[in-house]
Design a protein around this ligand. Structure first.
Ligand code: 2BA
Length: 109
């Protein structure tokens, strides 16, 4: 069994959940925040059989779009960190950042 963890944009979350469920996959959706943009994004936990991973990835690729986003400067009052950006830059966000992990044990109790 595998656990697919996918960080996606909020805009794609409803459609991704609908499509995954319609195609017989199970998923949990979590609200998350990106460390760089410090904006909300959505993290999906999708537990599936090894042979289902490619289908899950296909659905994610189909639904999740890459978008350009302008990063505005953060003031020092907002709390500068190592990721402080001193001038506006355009970044490409998404379609999805995906991790596929082996599941050592799965139980429903
Ligand atoms: P954020 O950390 O808010 O990053 C948003 C976008 O900003 C990234 O899009 C990337 O284009 C850019 N970016 C991030 N860090 C950067 C840096 N140090 N310098 C220049 N540009 C940078 P994506 O790569 O599509 O990532 C979207 C979201 O996926 C991230 O939001 C974060 O929440 C998650 N993510 C990406 N890589 C990750 C990783 N290795 N581990 C955990 N989460 C990750």
């Amino acid at each position: 069994m595998k656990m697919v963890i996918a960080v996606i944009q909020d805009k794609d979350a409803v459609k991704l959940m609908e499509t995954l469920v319609a195609e017989g996959h199970r998923a949990t959706k979590l609200a998350s925040t990106g460390g760089f943009l410090r904006e909300g994004n959505t993290t999906f936990l999708i537990g599936c059989a090894d042979e289902e991973v490619e289908d899950v990835l296909r659905v994610i690729r189909t639904v999740c779009r890459a978008r350009e986003q302008l990063v505005t400067p953060l003031s020092s009052a907002a709390g500068a960190t190592d990721s402080f950006v001193p001038f506006p830059v355009e970044v490409t966000v998404g379609g999805a950042t995906v991790f596929v992990l082996n599941v050592e044990r799965f139980e429903k109790v």
